[in-house]
Design a protein around this ligand. Structure first.
Ligand SMILES: *[C@@H]1O[C@H](CO)[C@@H](O)[C@H](O)[C@H]1NC(C)=O
Ligand SMILES: *[C@@H]1O[C@H](CO)[C@@H](O)[C@H](O)[C@H]1NC(C)=O
Ligand SMILES: *[C@@H]1O[C@H](CO)[C@@H](O)[C@H](O)[C@H]1NC(C)=O
Ligand SMILES: *[C@@H]1O[C@H](CO)[C@@H](O)[C@H](O)[C@H]1NC(C)=O
Ligand SMILES: *[C@@H]1O[C@H](CO)[C@@H](O)[C@H](O)[C@H]1NC(C)=O
Ligand SMILES: *[C@@H]1O[C@H](CO)[C@@H](O)[C@H](O)[C@H]1NC(C)=O
Ligand SMILES: *[C@@H]1O[C@H](CO)[C@@H](O)[C@H](O)[C@H]1NC(C)=O
Length: 491
């Protein structure tokens, strides 16, 4: 899924807007256990693609760290690929974290979809990253080890007779003393086979748990037709069928149960779950050759978070996928660094600036403490795609696989301090009003071609918050396909 970008990119880049650190949710002090050299409290980290940071300086890392920390994120998983310049960016990230104090943690997430892993020397290169940062004050330590993860790696042998022996003998067992790793890779394997890797990893990261990846168009069509409905005209029963896939925790339970069935080898087996707001990637066969969506409708991001909070006892860490993967449209951080030729569907589609990133603080706090923070301010979040699902365009890359799943709906989340009436509008003539209680409500209504997105919270006949972002029109005639989300937020 990951990929490297060309070397020698021009240093042309912009970093996201000014750093602002609002704190509209009541401050919640996290109870950390008494000081120790290990972290066993729950952490929320975000996946940071170092491959997209070619032009970064220490100061860019410092901005990202400040922004993430201010929104309930405890650390970054640094996704590294083979480019030789990436080790210097990793060093800068650790320097920036150290400058910010001891609380923000980093760890390496080896991107085994692009790193070589057939020889013992390939493993030595990975170990070098671990030993370089093992004693750094901002290295995430977990259960007495140096926390390390991956994207993939289920085919790596490092010259050994099996994958299990490759990771065990060339990576895990060669790292001792202060360099001992606590290894939580995301192997794309059947969890029932974890028991073949008793000594190869300590836990697992369930990368694909962030999206309902089993929900393809054909699965949806077959499920919906047996309920007498379809993706083109969904009944309420049909909506409930689709919603059943959104943020589902059955894949988490399967991982947790299979990790529990492994011998602990003296250390509990950590389960790291994923949460992600969206997925759309649009590369032609001549470039990265990936052009598909996962269903991000039905309020995927807040729903997945709510479900993770509900099973928090089984989830040791949560990883947000991602901070800055522009190419797959699931970034919650600023648009900055060097994009992997994703400008066509990313520029103008800022997901942070207190949008999905801001919502993150609320859920991350609930996940870590077990209680949702008090809502002290009325807020609206709106998001939608820029063009109709069925739009046709001269874009030679074509529509993304599974685009049929996407509904032409405006998605809204409101945080309300007391009961209110919320009106959503998608044109001057199309609106819906919802009566909501105090708390978080997830709402939606059909988009209107040529229309906009608007939301307002009314209480006792008066508007208390209203949001109508500029720069958004829902069109049926896009110049190219873009199934990314435009996200807006208003206090
Ligand atoms: C760090 O943690 C390990 C594993 O729990 C323990 O054996 C070791 O004594 C600890 N070291 C310090 C300095 O606390
Ligand atoms: C190993 O860790 C201990 C405890 O944190 C520390 O005192 C010691 O300096 C470390 N050893 C090395 C070689 O860095
Ligand atoms: C791993 O441990 C489980 C539980 O003890 C055991 O059933 C299984 O045979 C072990 N696997 C290997 C490959 O040793
Ligand atoms: C989208 O296309 C499908 C398949 O041709 C069609 O059934 C559906 O009615 C269209 N939806 C809209 C909103 O035009
Ligand atoms: C959509 O389904 C409803 C029943 O759920 C039906 O009344 C309506 O005619 C259908 N609309 C179209 C365009 O097929
Ligand atoms: C809602 O739509 C109706 C027409 O359907 C219109 O008269 C009214 O002004 C709209 N209200 C809002 C708040 O846009
Ligand atoms: C919502 O609107 C209804 C109908 O106008 C009104 O009776 C009710 O008081 C409103 N609720 C609030 C909280 O303002």
């Amino acid at each position: 899924m990951r990929f490297t970008i060309a070397l020698g990119l021009p240093a042309l880049f912009t970093l996201g807007g000014a750093l602002s650190v609002p704190s509209d949710f009541a401050a919640t002090k996290l109870k950390r256990q008494t000081p120790s050299n290990t972290t066993t409290t729950k952490s929320v980290v975000a996946h940071h693609i170092v491959g997209n940071t070619y032009p970064y300086t220490v100061s860019n890392w410092a901005s990202d760290i400040a922004l993430a920390s201010a929104h309930g994120i405890d650390g970054f998983a640094l996704n590294i690929g083979p480019d030789s310049w990436q080790s210097a960016r990793v060093a800068d990230a650790y320097t920036a974290a150290k400058n910010a104090g001891p609380s923000f943690k980093l760890f390496i997430s080896f991107d085994m979809s692009v790193l070589p892993c057939t020889t013992a020397a390939n493993a030595a290169a990975l170990r070098n990253y671990i030993t370089t940062y093992a004693n750094h004050p901002n290295q995430l330590k977990y259960n007495g080890g140096v926390f390390a993860s991956t994207f993939a790696g289920e085919s790596c042998t490092f010259g050994q007779s099996s994958v299990a022996l490759g990771w065990q003998t060339q990576f895990v067992q060669m790292l001792n003393g202060n360099n001992t790793v606590y290894f939580v890779p995301s192997f794309f394997i059947d969890p029932a086979t974890f028991k073949n890797y008793n000594n190869s990893f300590n836990g697992q990261f369930n990368w694909n748990s962030g999206w309902p990846i089993s929900l393809t168009t054909s699965v949806a069509n077959s499920q919906l037709s047996s309920a007498g409905t379809s993706l083109n005209n969904l009944s309420t029963a049909g909506q409930n069928i689709l919603k059943g896939y959104i943020g589902s925790t059955s894949i988490d339970t399967n991982y947790v149960n299979n990790l529990k069935a492994m011998p602990s080898n003296g250390k509990s087996r950590a389960y790291m779950a994923a949460v992600s707001p969206w997925f759309f990637t649009h590369y032609s066969p001549q470039t990265y050759n990936k052009n598909f969506v996962y269903d991000g409708d039905w309020h995927l991001y807040p729903t997945r978070w709510q479900n993770l909070v509900s099973i928090r006892n089984q989830v040791d860490l949560v990883q947000i996928v991602t901070w800055n993967d522009y190419g797959e449209s699931h970034y919650i951080g600023p648009i900055g660094g060097a994009q992997p030729n994703s400008q066509a569907w990313v520029n103008g589609f800022d997901h942070q600036g207190n949008r999905w990133l801001y919502m993150t603080q609320y859920f991350a706090t609930a996940y870590k403490t077990g209680s949702y923070p008090a809502i002290t301010k009325d807020q609206i979040f709106l998001w939608a795609r820029p063009h109709t699902r069925n739009a046709t365009s001269s874009d030679s890359v074509g529509k993304p696989t599974n685009y049929e799943l996407d509904q032409d709906q405006l998605w809204a989340v409101v945080f309300t301090t007391a009961a209110a009436n919320v009106t959503l509008s998608t044109s001057a003539a199309k609106n819906q009003t919802f009566s909501v209680p105090a708390g978080l409500s997830k709402l939606n209504m059909p988009l209107t071609v040529g229309g906009y997105m608007q939301g307002s919270i009314m209480r006792n006949g008066k508007s208390v918050v209203s949001l109508k972002p500029s720069g958004y029109t829902f069109t049926a005639t896009p110049s190219s396909y873009n199934y990314n989300a435009f996200v807006a937020y208003s206090t």
